[in-house]
Structure formats: C-alpha cells, structure tokens
Design a protein around this ligand. Structure first.
Ligand SMILES: [Zn+2]
Length: 322
C-alpha cells in the first residue's frame, strides 16, 4: 500500500476510535435517546392496579394513603413509572414533595387533603417529579449554586438532560421559585419541621426531607423498591455512595423511608417503603460500582448490580460524563 493510502486508513481508524470513545463517554445521553425511541410518550401501565390496604382511589387515576401524623402519599399507579408524591401537613402550611409527571393535575388531590397554603418542592428536576409545579403558587427549591445560576429573577429554566422530558414527550415549562432552602436547614410548616438534605447521586441536585420527630425520610428517587437509576445524565456513583452513608447515619432501625416510585409487585400496588438497612445496602452497591476498575454487575450498559431482594442498581461506569 502506498504511504498516502496508509495515512488515510490510519486517519479514518483514529477518527472511528475517537467517535466510539466520545459515544461511550456520552452513553448516559445515548441511553436517554434510546428510551425516547422506545416510548416518546407517557408510558401507561397495561395492568389494572389493585390497591393494597391503606391505599384508596381518589379518582380514576390517583391513589391516596393516609400515613398518619398528618402526612399523605399520593400515588399514580396507572402511570408506567408509578410515581408517589407526598403531602406533609403542619399547623400553618403544607408541603408537597414532588408533583408527578403531569399526566394529570395533582393540585385538586392536594387541595382535597389540606386547605392550608401549600408549597411544592421537587426531590430533583426529572420530568416525572416536576410536571405539575406550575400549578402551585409557592415553589421551593434547594439553594444550590447551580440551581441559583439557572434561575435569574427566580425563574428556573430546566436543562434538556436535567429534565429529560423528551423521553416521554413532556415539554419543559419554566417555574417561578418563591423560596430557596439551604441544605441542612429546616423547613418550618408550623409544629412540624422538615430538614432538607442534599444527596447528590441520582442527580447532582437531588434532595430528601427528614422528619425527625416522626422518624420518616422522604427520599425521592434516591432510593425506592425496584430498579435504582444511576446511569442517566448527571448521575454520579461516588456521590451516591457518600450520600447514602450520610443518610444512613441519620436513620435508625425504626425509621421509615418513603420512595418516589412503587408498583414493584404489580398488579398489587403498595407503598414504596424501605428501611435503613436498604440505604446501607444501596451505599455498598454504589460504592462498588463507582470504584474505577471494579467489574461488578452484568450487562454492558447500564450495568445491572443486585443490591438486595428489593432493589437493583442500574449503573453507568465511573469514567463516564457526570
Ligand atoms: Zn423519578
């Protein structure tokens, strides 16, 4: 072969290797697009959900559970991702933690459960947790520098991969932020205080709420029964394991952990409840998955790593884009 032809072949091979490496590094985004090509619209459950004791239908879409102590779970068992949002009521105001994907308006459910002023706070900014935020006059966000920078004049515009709504055809709608809550401080609802903790891992801006008096943790997508997503854009396994350790230190064996997704035993729908031991198990799995060079789990992408009987971790590789 002539020298110039050799140089051509080497150049094309180098470009192919570079393209493959760039694609691999950007695999979280590629995974989101694969999801888009599979669904592209809200996925609805094909099974007719049967509610476990404690849950009751609010209408033909929402299911509600009274958790006692003036807190409620609001589930969407007909929606493919089976979201659970939580309403926590104080003496002066109430807080709704997550607001679902917006397949249906959640505000009437909230109003039926409490007549107090309501503030909505999302656990993170994926589309299935912020869908109805614009139906609330008061919206709180964690006071994180990155989110502040995204919200000039307190109007937050969602990032494309931060929101991810394109995978199910949801549009981004700006949100007016009325309250910024510093991590580790408490939200006072009147005779009820919720501590907001920053728990990067699932996304960089994920938060949870700790009700110490009731020994309850509202965990968002940080932990819930079934598959934990740690492979989408923004996920970080090292952060995940550190956050799990920090959280576990604040829990005891009697703590109740409420997750944001359920329906892991369809057609039976029960509350997505976990314990401290599950947080510890997730911490071990994310730590193992996040160590460079450690080959854990199976499958190519995302890697599937068993956590315990209730959960498995869907993880990216530590070297991938954060
Ligand atoms: Zn979610």
């Amino acid at each position: 072969m002539k020298r110039s032809a050799l140089r051509w072949v080497a150049g094309i091979a180098a470009m192919a290797v570079a393209a493959a490496a760039a694609t691999a590094w950007r695999m979280p985004e590629v995974a989101a697009w694969q999801w888009y090509f599979r669904a592209g619209r809200p996925e609805m459950s094909a099974l007719k959900p049967e509610l476990d004791v404690g849950l009751r239908w609010f209408d033909d879409y929402y299911a509600v559970a009274d958790l006692g102590g003036n807190a409620f779970a609001i589930g969407e068992p007909r929606y493919g991702q089976c979201n659970f949002s939580y309403l926590i009521v104080g003496s002066r105001r109430a807080l709704v933690f997550d607001s679902g994907p917006g397949v249906r308006d959640i505000a009437p459910v909230v109003r039926a459960l409490s007549s107090l002023p309501v503030v909505a706070l999302p656990s993170h900014l994926h589309f299935d947790h912020v869908g109805n935020l614009d139906h609330f006059a008061n919206v709180a966000l964690p006071d994180l520098p990155a989110l502040r920078a995204q919200a000039p004049n307190n109007v937050l515009s969602f990032g494309f991969y931060q929101f991810l709504g394109f995978v199910e055809g949801f549009r981004r709608r700006d949100v007016r932020v009325t309250e910024w809550v510093r991590p580790d401080t408490e939200i006072d609802l009147g005779d009820r205080r919720l501590q907001l903790l920053s728990v990067p891992g699932h996304t960089p801006d994920s938060v949870v709420l700790l009700d110490r008096a009731a020994n309850r943790l509202f965990a968002g997508d940080f932990i819930y029964p079934s598959s934990i997503y740690a492979f989408l854009p923004g996920a970080n396994l090292r952060d995940y394991s550190l956050s799990a350790a920090r959280l576990a230190a604040r829990l005891d064996d009697d703590s109740t952990v409420y997750g944001a997704h359920g329906c892991d035993r369809l057609p039976l729908v029960d509350l997505p409840i976990l314990r401290k031991a599950d947080v510890l198990a997730l911490g071990r799995a994310t730590a193992a998955a996040g160590r460079p060079g450690e080959a854990v789990g199976h499958g190519i992408y995302p890697r599937e790593i068993p956590v315990n009987q209730k959960m498995k971790l869907l993880a990216k590789y530590p070297w991938m884009s954060p």
